[in-house]
Design a binder for this molecule. Structure first.
Ligand code: ACM
Ligand code: ZN
Length: 530
């Protein structure tokens, strides 16, 4: 008996001496061929990683590999390098990669630098813990994402999050193969984008003196609303935002900035009341919901203002896509405003929705001169889309379907599957206060982004899919992480995998592995999945 227990102890010891390694990560690579049973390469702290010496992006990739895997970067000279990062994979998809693990070492080859980066992420995620020796089974692995636009939105207007957290957020996106960070920078409840020519925006429109407590349904009357007495403040300097752009770009993430127009503008109106149809006064909004007060479409100052703001936005953000918002902009003020009505007459417009299209067209022309393309929420379809506008379909699949049929590019982000501000568990008492709804992990995983009823040609206009984090009820970075994870893992497979490769039961197994990485990295996540 004693003999046996000694044996068991030895077995347990030798098991714990090796870290857990599994190439079936999230998002799951298309091909994982384990070559030879039981053969593995031991990852050693002294190993070197080689990269093409004249390529700064590959050098940065090597630094990431070194950081994640404990290697030593080594330019150019591949001779004797244990890990080689190379380009030249023959694949039209720039994000494609292959990994090969043999007795001679590891090669990660990409169709471009981004592919190499994703290969490094896959290898990193394969190693779930650092409990002992890392033994990498000999294997060939390859993958390429289904969609070119793989987004996540964060609302920093309703609550402000510091740059240190924005960087952590970007790290989380990178771990999941996301390549667009849609940054919602302004709203009724706060203006967070520094405009040097209009300093009042950062100084004053970024300050919300107080916020309604709890749910404010039916409590829009300021006389009966209950407010906290904690001001919500903060804005990003242009220098900080440039740093975020740089940080994201190193991780192959494009920052798509959004300045929401012509609605969701009360913060701006609070400092420039003459741009509202009634002239105000306005206060940075302390309640949630949809405000009737929007930018006056008949006031020439409005376009002047917008061009100043978007001009500086283009100076800071190199993204080709610029988000102009366009959602939830009631037209009641426009109907009653002499300036707006005069503008409609001048332009021969028959309905107020066309007035919104008029602004969009002006902005599109302005941004096109800078080589940019506008994207807006699906309400932008209502008065007719401007020339090349892309559409973000959020009120279901209909807007995206209609836009694709008109041959406009589309990002799918319907509330039903993509609103990560909605609850993720049925039992509301088991989660922090949220906005409502129910989008569990299984629902996210089950999403098919290409709407039914599109022809093959029309389906090509669905450039991608995105999840959204609106932060009315998310006051802290921890809460944002909790709402994001692990639903982002499900979204990641929606973004990367072909429909036939998805399997929810197997995904749940892979998710347990990914959670080990979350714990290693100190990420908060919702512990149960439904
Ligand atoms: C939105 O959720 N209002 C785009
Ligand atoms: Zn007006």
């Amino acid at each position: 008996m004693k003999h046996l227990s000694t044996f068991l102890l030895a077995a347990a010891f030798s098991l714990s001496a090796a870290a857990e390694v599994n190439y079936q990560v999230i998002p799951l690579p298309q091909h994982i061929n384990i070559a030879g049973s039981g053969k593995y390469l031991i990852l050693d702290a002294g190993m070197t990683v080689a990269y093409p010496a004249d390529n700064a992006k590959m050098q940065r990739n090597a630094e990431f590999a070194a950081e994640y895997l404990g290697l030593i970067p080594k330019p150019a000279d591949k001779k004797g390098a244990d890990v080689s990062l190379t380009l030249g994979m023959n694949n039209d998809n720039p994000d494609a990669y292959t990994i090969s693990v043999t007795g001679k070492g590891i090669t990660i080859q990409g169709a471009s630098e981004s592919g190499v980066f994703y290969g490094i992420q896959t290898l990193r995620k394969s190693i779930m813990n650092e409990q002992g020796e890392v033994r990498l089974p000999f294997a060939t692995i390859s993958a390429e994402p289904r969609f070119g636009y793989r987004g996540t939105e964060l609302d920093c207007a309703r609550h402000f999050f510091p740059v240190s957290f924005i960087k952590k957020f970007i790290d989380i996106l990178a771990l999941h193969g996301v390549n667009r960070f849609h940054w919602h920078l302004t709203d009724d409840q706060g203006w967070r984008f520094e405009v040097k020519a209009l300093p009042e925006l950062a100084e004053k429109a970024s300050v919300r003196p107080h916020t309604i407590i709890g749910k404010n349904v039916g409590l829009h009357d300021p006389a009966i609303a209950l407010y906290d007495d904690t001001p919500e403040t903060g804005y990003y300097t242009q220098e900080e935002m440039r740093e975020v752009v740089r940080y994201a770009a190193e991780r192959y993430i494009t920052v798509v900035p959004e300045i929401d127009l012509p609605g969701h503008m009360i913060a701006a109106l609070s400092v420039y009341p003459e741009m509202g149809c009634t002239g105000g006064p306005y206060q940075v909004w302390g309640v949630w919901g949809v405000a009737n007060d929007v930018l006056c479409a008949g006031n020439p100052k409005t376009l002047e203002f917008l061009k100043t703001v978007y001009g500086e936005l283009c100076d800071v953000f190199p993204s080709e896509l610029i988000h102009i918002g366009g959602d939830e902009s009631p037209r009641v003020r426009w109907k009653a405003c002499p300036k707006c009505q005069a503008k409609m007459k001048e332009l021969g417009l028959t309905d107020e929705a066309q007035l919104q299209t008029y602004i969009n067209k002006e902005m599109e022309a302005f941004l096109q001169k800078r080589g940019r393309q506008i994207i807006g929420w699906d309400e932008t379809l209502e008065g007719g889309l401007s020339d090349k506008a892309a559409v973000m379909s959020w009120r279901g699949y209909e807007g995206g379907t209609a836009a694709a049929k008109l041959h406009h590019q589309v990002v799918m982000t319907p509330t039903s599957h993509c609103y990560f501000d909605y609850y993720q568990l049925k039992n509301r008492d088991a989660q922090p206060l949220g906005i409502g709804g129910y989008v569990p992990v299984s629902k996210v995983y089950g999403m098919e982004p290409v709407p039914e009823g599109l022809t093959k040609d029309e389906a090509k206009y669905i450039m991608g899919v995105q999840c959204n984090l609106w932060t009315e009820y998310m006051l802290s970075p921890d809460h944002v992480e909790y709402m994001l994870l692990p639903r982002l893992a499900a979204m990641s497979e929606v973004q990367w995998l072909q429909p036939e490769a998805k399997n929810y039961e197997q995904f749940l197994g892979r998710l347990e592995n990914l959670k080990q990485n979350y714990r290693k990295l100190g990420y908060k996540y919702c512990p149960s999945t439904e």
